[in-house]
Design a protein around this ligand. Structure first.
Ligand SMILES: Cc1cc2nc3c(=O)[nH]c(=O)nc-3n(C[C@H](O)[C@H](O)[C@H](O)COP(=O)(O)OP(=O)(O)OC[C@H]3O[C@@H](n4cnc5c(N)ncnc54)[C@H](O)[C@@H]3O)c2cc1C
Length: 333
């Protein structure tokens, strides 16, 4: 099965399907160029809503960010059938009902090749042209044993090739400032990243980190290993910490402990009573994210990609601290 902009998925013997003309949809890299005329662009990551209340919260954040003109917005992709259906629907709505440029995450977990192709077809049908291709983590325990689907793919690199072969898609991949937790060492981690980029990915988005040096070392490693692939944008991912609970979530998501200096600042703000000192912890978390973002701007990062957990407020505060022109409307979420 192949897709192209004009016809959509072509099924043998079936009539051509009409689908949105995505030829005018920019790629992430094009959008970064357009958005970088006055300042370093920013972008945000959303998560698929779990229920109706969560979906309403997501849309409040979406509308808030829409007024701030991010270069793109990405939607993660998780395990679980009903969430997956909702993910595809909501990501499509971002393409069709907003002015935002959506990037759909696509993971190989628990999917056969034909399911993966069909998912890409669903995204294409709703006008999505940008896909972040990932292997994904085992459902339940992200650090658990990875099981390849018997008719699926083993590594993101293969999926990059498959998506590129399916049609006019623009593909990004994941990169890991401290190396992926399953990589035996940083050299092989760098080689696998270069292979994904060589397979046709146009940029990477990093795992979140809390020490900018790790991002800079990743950039140096890949540039030295393969100057051509190393010149592709490496978009740093930031997560503003808003509570000690977010610290635990951040450590779970990146599979690494936060740097001691960062933990010390947050713990000092929390004192003996983290609940009573919630506002102080949050303030320090926003301060840390602002300092990191400023350093990344100074170091020439191509974009700042924020994990939002479907809330707009923390990211907006960081951007305001950095002097980005932000909406006149009150921030409600
Ligand atoms: C920005 C970002 C967004 C993410 N979004 C999601 C999401 O929406 N949903 C989700 O489930 N997860 C998401 N993840 C998590 C990601 O899926 C996991 O970290 C996963 O374990 C690795 O994915 P990958 O695409 O880097 O895999 P791969 O590139 O396939 O790498 C997986 C492991 O195999 C190694 N490897 C790669 N190629 C080879 C090879 N040819 N031979 C031997 N070893 C190899 C790598 O070094 C690595 O250790 C995201 C991660 C990031 C950084």
């Amino acid at each position: 099965m192949t897709f192209d902009n004009a016809r959509g998925p072509s099924t043998p013997g079936g009539p051509p399907r009409t689908q949105p003309d995505v030829s005018a949809t920019p790629s992430v890299v094009q959008s970064l160029r357009t958005h970088s005329s006055t300042s370093v662009p920013f972008s945000v990551e959303f998560n698929p809503p779990r229920d109706a209340a969560n979906e309403a919260r997501l849309w409040r954040a979406v509308r808030q960010f829409e007024r701030m003109h991010p270069a793109f917005v990405s939607m993660t992709y998780g395990a679980g059938g009903s969430t997956r259906d909702r993910t595809v629907r909501v990501t499509g709505e971002l393409a069709q009902q907003t002015t935002l440029l959506p990037v759909a995450h696509l993971t190989a977990v628990e999917h056969s090749l034909s399911e993966l192709r069909s998912l890409v077809g669903s995204y294409a049908d709703s006008g999505i042209r940008n896909i972040l291709v990932l292997r994904g983590d085992p459902p339940g325990d992200p650090l658990g044993e990875w099981q390849q689907h018997p008719e699926g793919v083993a590594y993101a690199e293969e999926l990059v090739r498959i998506v590129r072969d399916l049609g006019d898609f623009h593909v990004g991949v994941a990169s890991f400032p401290q190396g992926h937790h399953r990589s035996p060492d940083l050299d092989s981690d760098t080689a696998y990243l270069a292979a994904k980029l060589r397979a046709g990915a146009e940029y990477s988005i990093t795992q979140m980190f809390f020490d900018v040096e790790h991002y800079l070392r990743l950039r140096d490693r890949i540039a030295e290993f393969d100057p051509i692939e190393g010149a592709k944008p490496i978009i740093p991912e930031l997560m503003p910490i808003t509570s000690l609970r977010t610290v635990a979530r951040a450590e779970e998501l990146c599979g690494r402990a936060l740097p001691a200096t960062v933990l010390e600042r947050l713990n000092n703000a929390a004192g003996d009573d983290p609940d009573a000192n919630h506002a102080a912890v949050r303030e320090v978390g926003i301060e840390i994210a602002t300092e990191m973002a400023q350093r990344l701007i100074d170091e020439g990062a191509p974009c700042l990609h924020f994990i939002t957990l479907n809330f707009a407020k923390a990211t907006t505060e960081v951007l305001t601290n950095l002097g980005y022109g932000v909406t006149a409307a009150p921030i409600s979420a």
